[in-house]
Write a protein that binds this ligand. Structure first.
Ligand code: NAD
Length: 486
């Protein structure tokens, strides 16, 4: 594990070696609770990208030739090695990211589950190679093969560092791709352990290259590199669109997991106390820094008062504080930049005169740390930017509706379509309503249930493609038909 001193991280992991970065700029890595620098990391450079892509290109054919079952053993190796380091990783992740320990544990456990799942998928891939395709033409034999896409650039955000990179790296390696992984410069510490593990489990050199740096030093050069066959990106819409544009100049494939403004619908037959628990889980988890946060509350007017009362009670009971302390519900936001970005929305809400059920007036914040008070506005006008835009912080906006039809219409009235939740006393009704919503993941009478077997990704501006499940593997495979006389 990294020792959390003022360490200098100016080495990149390329071809199974730690080599000095060609980058000359250094970036501060912070502990967002203590507001102290815990490391400095290289911003990276295009020369680092070039070396990493070369190593990946060289390694890829042999990695592909190993076959899925052999690759599965390495994926299990990642899972076992992460498990073996669990306490140190959870502490490191909570320290660098500001998430409470229980949430850091979820980040790790979901990542481990993902490596194990794609180990199984890698084995299954061997059995799918050369499958006969039934064709109508007589005397013809047609078979389907699944080849890896090749060299892939994987770009991750800071909100769930281990899991967002696992959702890319595990299927990419299972498919037989070689990877260049770029963690976020805001939280570069947790993912560095993947390089240590690669050495420990004897992963062939060049199959995983890990580059620290920012968008300018590593992200853009990786996206623009002519020898990268695919980019898988998770992050903001602004950068995602730039990534897509860069990839389009060489017809490289892209997968994009972008932002969201997901609705949660509470119908008139819902139990307001139970509904309040799900509403809370959908927005204050990870201080609201979740792409799939259900940040637009559409509540039927008959239960609105009871629900707001139940939410206020729960919000008052939240403990804000040290992510490393047991019992902390909400840590700080992960960076000063993100805290300031959310604060701008809160200032706008003041200007617009939004009605706060709970906000900074109801809570004393810890003296240090990038904290913001958990905030709930009710009766938010549909034209407000707070209703329409992704805030990515602990801010919930509520709006009352008079009917199911109105709830569905407003839920779908968004440029995003990542996730949605429906709460109803009648599960059949909740499922039926869910079918009418335009989003990649629909939860009914539950929240944020994400499993390795189920697809993850967005409609509309929330992204392109799907991660997880067999769809997540397909994203790193090309389909090839071999056809001729039988
Ligand atoms: P971001 O777009 O600022 O950064 C994401 C990554 O892109 C970082 O590694 C960053 O260094 C890199 N990057 C920056 N500029 C680049 C460039 N020009 N070219 C290539 N890469 C570049 O996003 P963020 O602030 O790290 O993450 C928050 C956003 O991510 C939110 O919008 C959130 O909704 C989204 N997100 C989506 C999902 C999902 O599954 N849909 C999951 C998590 C986060």
């Amino acid at each position: 594990m990294q020792s959390l001193s003022q360490q200098l991280i100016n080495q990149q992991f390329i071809d199974n070696q730690w080599v000095p970065s060609a980058g000359t700029r250094l970036l501060d890595v912070m502990n967002p609770y203590r507001e102290v620098r815990i490391a400095q990391v290289t911003a990276g450079d295009a020369a680092d990208v070039d070396a990493a892509v070369k190593a990946a290109r060289q390694a890829q054919p042999a990695w592909q030739a190993l076959g899925g079952s052999a690759r599965a053993k390495y994926l299990e190796g990642f899972a076992d090695a992460l498990e073996a380091r669990r306490d140190s990783i959870i502490t490191l992740s909570a320290t660098n990211n500001g998430k409470p320990l229980a949430e850091a544990e979820i980040d790790l456990d979901d990542a481990i589950a993902c490596y194990r799942y794609y180990a199984r998928q890698a084995r299954a891939l061997d059995t799918r190679q050369g499958e006969l395709v039934s064709v109508e033409m007589e005397g013809v034999e047609a078979r389907t093969y699944h080849d890896p896409v090749g060299v892939v650039g994987l770009i991750a955000p800071w909100n769930f560092p281990l899991v967002t990179s696992a959702w890319k790296l595990a299927p990419a390696l299972a498919a037989g791709c070689a990877a260049v992984l770029k963690p976020s410069e805001v939280t570069p510490l947790p993912e560095r352990v993947l390089a240590e593990i690669a050495l420990e489990i004897g992963l062939p050199a060049g199959v995983l290259n890990l580059l620290n740096g920012d968008g300018e030093g590593i992200g853009a050069p990786l996206t623009n590199h002519p020898d990268v066959d695919k980019i898988s990106f998770t992050g903001s819409n602004r950068v995602g669109e730039a990534v897509m544009q860069a990839a389009s100049t060489r017809t490289a494939s892209v997968s994009l997991e972008l932002g969201g403004k997901s609705p949660i619908l509470v119908m008139e037959d819902a139990d307001p106390e139970q509904a309040a628990d799900w509403v809370m889980a959908g927005i204050y988890f990870n201080a609201g820094q979740i792409c799939s946060a259900t940040s637009r509350l559409l509540v039927h007017e008959n239960v609105a008062e009871a629900l707001y009362a139940a939410l206020a009670e729960r919000m008052d009971a939240l403990t804000l504080g040290d992510p490393l302390a047991e019992g902390t519900d909400l840590g700080p936001l992960t960076s000063a930049k993100q805290r300031d970005a959310v604060q701008r929305y809160l200032d706008l809400a003041d200007k617009e005169g939004l009605a706060a059920v709970r906000d900074k007036r109801h809570r004393t914040l810890p003296e240090k740390g990038y904290f913001l008070a958990p905030t709930l506005y009710r009766d938010v006008p549909l034209e407000s930017r707070l209703w329409q835009e992704e805030i990515f912080g602990p801010v919930l906006c509520g709006h009352s509706v008079a009917s199911e039809a109105e709830a569905v219409q407003l839920a779908n009235d968004s440029v995003f379509g990542l996730a949605a939740t429906v709460i109803s006393g009648d599960p059949g009704r909740a499922k039926r309503i869910g079918r009418q919503l335009k989003a990649g993941s629909i939860w009914y009478n539950s929240e944020q249930l994400v499993l390795p077997e189920t697809a993850w990704g967005g409609f509309k501006r929330s992204g392109i493609g799907r991660e997880l499940g067999p769809w997540g593997l397909s994203a790193y495979l090309e389909v090839k038909h071999v056809i001729g006389p039988a």
